[in-house]
Design a binder for this molecule. Structure first.
Ligand SMILES: [Fe+2]
Length: 159
């Protein structure tokens, strides 16, 4: 098995970079979903939600950068155009959502989609001992699961 300078298998790392690019693309859509609801939210809970959505998109922006830099670290090229992001997107695109319940559901749905992609990457990274990617996915997954719990608690839904 041919390995790169990091000791990771070359072919599998190329595939890992592609998988991470799919995650990056979906993350950018999640980020834009959050910007949309931050701007368009209306109603009596405006002040708390406007701030909460900003907190979430700032966090998403940091994670986008971590994914892109992980791709570079393992020898890939991070996608950076909207065209590519849309091509790989699997998430619902929220448009002109101003209702608070719908906004929170958009977050839950988006995170659920990201978790699916991250779990696949988690498994694959485990198979090739790519601890860096694996640890990144672990952190993302536990944080996002907690956010899903909080969003569902807000919406008064059971898990
Ligand atoms: Fe703002």
């Amino acid at each position: 098995m041919k390995t790169n300078i990091l000791g990771l298998p070359v072919k599998e790392s190329e595939e890992m970079a592609q998988d991470l690019n799919v995650l990056l693309s979906n993350f950018q859509v999640y980020y834009q979903n959050l910007r949309g609801i931050h701007w368009n939210i209306r109603g009596k809970r405006f002040f708390e939600l406007h701030v909460k959505f900003e907190e979430l998109y700032n966090d998403a922006q940091l994670k986008v950068d971590m994914v892109a830099e992980r791709i570079l670290t393992i020898g890939g090229n991070p996608l950076h155009t909207f065209e590519d992001y849309i091509k790989h997107n699997k998430l619902q695109v929220g448009k002109s959502i101003s209702n608070d319940e719908k906004a929170v559901h958009l977050i839950i749905e988006s995170l659920s989609g990201l978790l699916k992609i991250e779990r696949e990457i988690l498994n694959k990274s485990d198979d090739i001992n790519d601890e860096g990617t694996n640890a990144l996915m672990s952190d993302f997954i536990s944080e996002q699961e907690k956010t899903v719990w909080m969003m569902r608690a807000w919406a008064e839904e059971s898990l």
